[in-house]
Unconditional design. Structure first.
Length: 124
């Protein structure tokens, strides 16, 4: 194998390893509603509108929602570019959970470690 092929294979492996370093990781433990100690909506956006979501709305997802751990099974949603419905809460262990309400019944949670999960609220 010549040096050119060796360098090519090395670069190919490096790029593919880097691309997979951000692979999806589901949240291993979803906090219970009574474990939420601090809650806030996101800051005012530079453009568009902020929709204030009450804490109780997010707690309903934690109490009665169904987590979807496999990303390929997540309900399809679209992110609005003019309306912001997101924020952060902390649990009793100090873990931060960034949340985004994508639809009336679809919540996305993400940790600072890049773990995420979709929670579906059945409105029956």
């Amino acid at each position: 194998m010549n040096i050119r092929n060796t360098v090519f294979l090395f670069l190919l492996f490096t790029v593919s390893a880097y691309a997979n370093s951000y692979a999806y990781k589901p949240i291993t433990r979803i906090p219970k509603a009574d474990e939420v100690t601090a809650y806030t909506n996101g800051k005012r956006p530079p453009v568009g509108e902020r929709t204030i979501i009450p804490k109780e709305e997010i707690l309903r997802f934690l109490s009665h929602g169904t987590p979807v751990r496999e990303r390929e099974k997540w309900a399809p949603t679209t992110r609005s570019i003019s309306e912001f419905r997101d924020g952060v809460f902390f649990d009793t262990s100090g873990q931060a959970y960034f949340w985004e309400l994508r639809a009336r019944n679809v919540l996305i949670l993400e940790t600072a470690d890049g773990e995420s999960i979709q929670i579906i609220l059945n409105e029956n």
